[in-house]
Each structure stands twice: as C-alpha cells, then as structure tokens.
Ligand binder design. Structure first.
Ligand code: GLY
Length: 366
C-alpha cells in the first residue's frame, strides 16, 4: 500500500506494509546514495527493531552507520541536537546522503530538524515505530525540539523524502503507548470522516488487541487523511491543517497541569481533549449531545481518559484556561478552538469566549 503526499517538488510516498522493516534494504535502496545510510534511533528501539533494519540493509549490500540516542521526550533538546549534528558531521554526512529516523515521534522530530539544518538540508527518511508516529508525526514535515519556554517551539517544516511504515513494529509497543497512539487514529474520523469513526467504534478493539488487518487499515486511512490535509495546507496557513489539532488545546492544558510528565501521555491528553471539545460543543448547542456521548463512550472503551477525573486532573477552569494562554496557537490574544457540529464535522472557531470555557471546565470538574 502506498499513499502519496502531493507537495510539488517535495512530494513523497508513504509505504505501509506488514514486514516492510525486513525488506527495508530493497524498499529504501533508491535513497542509498553512495551505498550507505546513517540510521538514528533510540535505546528502546534497539532490541526489537534496529536489528531487523540492519539485517535487511546488510542483505541488500547497503552499509549503515548507527547513532543511538537516549529514549524519552528530553531527547528533543538543544543538547541532543548538538550531539546528533556533531555525530552526523563526524560520519561525513553529505547533502545527498539519507539519514534514517527509526523510532517514535521524538526521534522523527529531532532527526527531521537536524536534517533540515545540516548543510542547509540533508535528505531523511522516516521509519516510524509507534502508532502515534505512524499515523501522525512522521507525515507532514513538522520537525522540532523543545525549549525551556515550551514544547516544539524551535523547529522547521521539512518534509522527509519517504516514509516506511511497518505495522508489525506495534507488536512490541507497550499497550499504554498503543492506546495513546490510537487517540490520533480516532481523531481522523472525528475531523471529517464519520464513516471512519464508525469503523473505529466497530473495530478499535480488534486493532488494540493486535489484529494485523485492522492495524494496517487504520494506519492507511489515517495516513491518507493526513496526506490530503498536508497537501492542502502544508504550513498551517489556511486553517485546514489546524483541524489536525482537534483536542490539542484542551489536551495541552491537561498536559501542562501534569507538568508534561508521564502521568498523562500526549495521546491520552488528546483523547480527553477531544471528548472535552465535543462536550463543550454540545454545551454550546453546536453539536448533538448524542454525538458527544458517542465520542466519550468510544474513547473510554479504548481505555483512554475521556474526562478530567479519568485523566487524573483536579484543577479549576481558571487554572486550565491559564495554561491555554501559553499555547503556541495563540493569535493576537485570541485562542482558536477546534469545535464540532457533529462527528466528522470539526471546524476552527476563532471567537470562543474563554469565560464559557472556564465555566464548562468547572462543571466538568463537578
Ligand atoms: N500533528 C499535527 C500536524 O502535523 O499538523
């Protein structure tokens, strides 16, 4: 299965196939300038996935140098960016070489950013190994590191040359991380595809339990949706790409409340944020209550938090809205919200009364 991101001379294909990692040598051979790759990964990926990639590259006669970084969000830092760029320069990276990002969103974001600035732009390929990175962060060219002032504040739009997705990498993903990634799958149904949301309601359990067909179908549908949106609005200027932030404004406030710690993973915060966005929309009379109830029920059925208490949050509306004011999407003192007229009918609303958001969150707190 192959999905194309149409971006003129920066267009690229996303290949999705169970077992693709074991055929990476053959599938990625066109990108192996000078018969070699530089692979960047993290310590958690080494035991299960790095060996598969290296074995396949060796079988195809492609040499590889490997840089292994520490796992975790703190790797998206200036310090690690410096370490990585120094290492890549020491390997003698040239603009025509291809750097492979093998891992989750942290590795993809860091390697993509390093590739964007090394020698003013080196080629890179994303080989995402988590559900979240397969359905979201590896596609679309958002690359970044974190700074003291917040997450993803230093970065660039820089598209990969190719994305290779092997759904079997999910077989060894911790269940909590799998569920967190599934939140981003549900998101595509909620944005503009009510049929896909209904598919998720019927098949999400199979996907989470390990069904390979359900996983490949969900990844393909998600990537098709993301590729379409990125092709329409690569740099988030028309409002179309902003739809991908559904649940992220409420979610950001919840993550900030936990100090961006492991108490609440990003996908878990997005799940709760999407449920809150639908219930807020229903409370404003924009969306049928029945749709908000379906969203809440499916998120909870997937083992994801759908309420403030399930997310472990006991904060006032005022405190949560204060966190929202630091959101990087603030525009001239206004915070755009993704609201819904129903399942599959999400839209960007720039004029939301924050007093109403505060009162809604206080009511949700109970
Ligand atoms: N994850 C949101 C985006 O790629 O635009």
């Amino acid at each position: 299965m192959s999905v194309r991101v149409e971006l003129g001379d920066r267009s690229y294909d996303i290949a999705i196939a169970p077992g693709a990692l074991d055929r990476a040598g053959e599938l990625l051979a066109p990108y192996a300038a000078r018969g070699r790759f530089i692979v960047v990964t993290d310590k958690n990926i080494v035991p299960n996935q790095l060996y598969r990639l290296e074995t396949s590259l060796t079988a195809a006669g492609i040499a590889s140098a490997v840089e292994v970084l520490p796992a975790g969000e703190s790797t998206k830092s200036w310090k690690m960016l410096e370490r990585l760029t120094d290492a890549l320069l020491a390997y003698g990276v040239e603009r025509n070489d291809t750097i492979i990002a093998l891992g989750g969103g942290v590795i993809g974001d860091l390697v993509g950013f390093a590739a964007s600035i090394l020698k003013r732009g080196c080629r890179f390929v994303q080989v995402p190994t988590t559900l979240l990175s397969q359905v979201d962060s590896s596609v679309g060219g958002k690359t970044a590191i974190n700074s003291k002032a917040g997450k993803n504040l230093i970065g660039a739009f820089y598209q990969p040359a190719h994305v290779l997705i092997d759904p079997t990498t999910l077989d060894t993903l911790p269940p909590r991380e799998l569920r967190a990634g599934y939140a981003e799958v549900i998101k595509y149904g909620l944005i503009d595809d009510a049929d896909f949301f209904a598919w998720c309601e019927a098949n999400g359990g199979r996907l989470l339990a390990g069904d390979p067909d359900a996983r490949t179908h969900a990844i393909t549908k998600s990537v098709e949706a993301k590729a379409r949106i990125v092709g329409q609005d690569e740099r988030e200027t028309s409002g179309r790409r902003a739809l991908l932030n559904l649940g992220h404004t409420f979610g950001h406030a919840l993550e900030a409340e936990t100090g961006f710690s492991d108490r609440l993973l990003h996908g878990e915060a997005v799940a709760a944020g999407m449920a809150l966005a639908f219930r807020f929309s229903a409370s404003l009379g924009l969306c049928p209550q029945e749709d908000a109830d379906r969203v809440t029920a499916h998120i909870a059925a997937a083992g994801l938090p759908a309420t403030l208490s399930a997310a472990g949050i006991d904060a006032t509306g005022k405190a949560l809205v204060a966190h929202m004011m630091h959101d990087k999407k603030m525009e001239g003192g206004q915070l755009p919200f993704l609201l819904a007229r129903g399942i599959g009918q999400t839209y960007l609303e720039k004029k939301v009364d924050l007093a109403k958001v505060e009162a809604f969150l206080d009511a949700e707190r109970g």
